[in-house]
Write a protein that binds this ligand. Structure first.
Ligand SMILES: Cc1ncc(COP(=O)(O)O)c(C=O)c1O
Length: 388
């Protein structure tokens, strides 16, 4: 008897993830294939990562060609791809400078360090950062503490000082939690991991105003919402505001690991030696990200995501859930009964990938290239899954 990948994983991989019993070997566009050749329509996209779907020819070509030229050089030297990518991101967002990392958690670590240094320099040593209950900012010790879900932080006590959690969308609570020690507010424009909870209309604008009045930094974690996901390049653009610091990862590299932290001139406090990363912004990851941004822009995928998002929303509303919410191609349905996991399983068996984030809530973050016909196909599969 041959040992399967899943049996070997049990033996050799740390048990950090509860995985579904499927082993993927290849993909194309919004489709992905398992070991037996079975096809799945992917509405998860590697958790909001594969914005151009799987094996996009232009991303694959950019990675291959860069791999043949120069994979890595370190930040002891300049590489053209890193500078070009920084310039593209700044052009698409707001006047700022960029630090490149390898993940969302690392991008947020950079943001937290910026806030601390800015507080030491400009705010008499203020260091506290207000974040949201239910938020998710990554799995390092600082970002797990910043995140507002104690299940992820409590086992790792003692946690770093300086994070205060308030209910999301509650401006009064945020104001009440602000003290002389507060240096920044850190928010997801749509809380993703907890089940796609968008900022209420006016909330981001009001927090932005409060940060200005109180001379605090506004840090927006756009790791999940960025790169066209919500139907704008960055979700804060729906609110017409500009943060002081923005973090990105996930979709930026189209599947190649990369993170970025953008700081507006006011927050651009890092000096040589303050921060660094061996791999951050290496030419391979930056070449992939440049290809991703090029294709999104050329193929008008940000507008397409907005349109497909409306169509997905309408499809989800027919599933009989208690709530359907989200922005663009970042959506969730919440069922009254604890049926999210059986629903996910029924979809998987029918060749459709969806993501149950808890017992009641299913998240959908498909590739931005998804077509109307694929949404129709997903809709039919989901209706059958609900009926089961
Ligand atoms: C909003 C947000 N921030 C940060 C992270 C952490 O990113 P990474 O897993 O790349 O460290 C995630 C991942 O789900 C996220 O959704």
């Amino acid at each position: 008897m041959t040992t399967t990948t899943q049996e070997l994983a049990d033996r050799y991989l740390m048990h950090t993830a509860k995985r579904l019993p499927v082993t993927f070997v290849r993909g194309r566009g919004c489709l992905v294939y398992d070991e037996s050749g079975r096809e799945y329509l992917d509405l998860v996209a590697g958790i909001a990562v594969n914005v151009l779907g799987h094996a996009h020819p232009e991303v694959a070509a950019a990675v291959a060609s860069q791999a043949h030229a120069l994979i890595h050089a370190s930040n002891l030297y300049f590489t053209q791809q890193q500078v070009e990518l920084a310039q593209r991101l700044v052009d698409l967002s707001f006047p700022s400078r960029v630090f490149f990392a390898n993940s969302g958690a690392e991008a947020n670590e950079a943001a937290i360090k910026i806030a601390r240094k800015w507080g030491a320099r400009h705010k008499g040593g203020a260091f506290q950062i207000i974040t949201s209950i239910g938020s998710f900012h990554g799995r390092t010790i600082a970002t797990v503490t910043a995140g507002g879900q104690s299940k992820y932080s409590e086992p790792f006590q003692p946690l770093p000082d300086g994070f205060v959690h308030v209910p999301y969308n509650d401006l009064d609570a945020l104001k009440a939690a602000t003290t002389k020690q507060t240096v920044a507010v850190m928010l997801e424009p749509v809380m993703g991991e907890i089940g796609v909870i968008p900022a209420a209309p006016g909330y981001l604008e009001a927090v932005h105003k409060w940060c200005d009045e109180q001379d605090m930094l506004l840090i927006l974690d756009e790791v999940q919402t960025g790169i066209g996901r919500t139907g704008r390049w960055f979700a804060h653009q729906h609110a017409g505001i500009t943060p002081d610091v923005m973090t990105l990862a996930k979709g930026l590299g189209g599947g190649v690991p990369i993170g970025a932290c953008l700081a507006a001139p006011r927050a651009d406090v890092f000096e040589p030696g303050d921060h660094g990363s061996t791999f951050g912004g290496n030419p391979l990851a930056c070449a992939a990200a440049l290809a991703v941004l090029h294709v999104i822009e050329r193929d008008a995928l940000v507008g397409h995501a907005a349109e497909m998002g409306e169509m997905l929303d309408a499809a989800l509303r027919e599933l009989g859930g208690q709530d359907v919410r989200g922005l663009g191609l970042m959506r969730a349905v919440q069922f009254a009964e604890p049926t999210a996991k059986p629903f996910q399983q029924a979809c998987l068996e029918a060749g459709l990938l969806v993501n149950a984030v808890d017992d009641h809530t299913v998240r959908f973050v498909p590739p931005l290239i998804i077509s109307p016909a694929q949404i129709d196909q997903a809709h039919a599969t989901m209706k059958a899954a609900v009926a089961r």
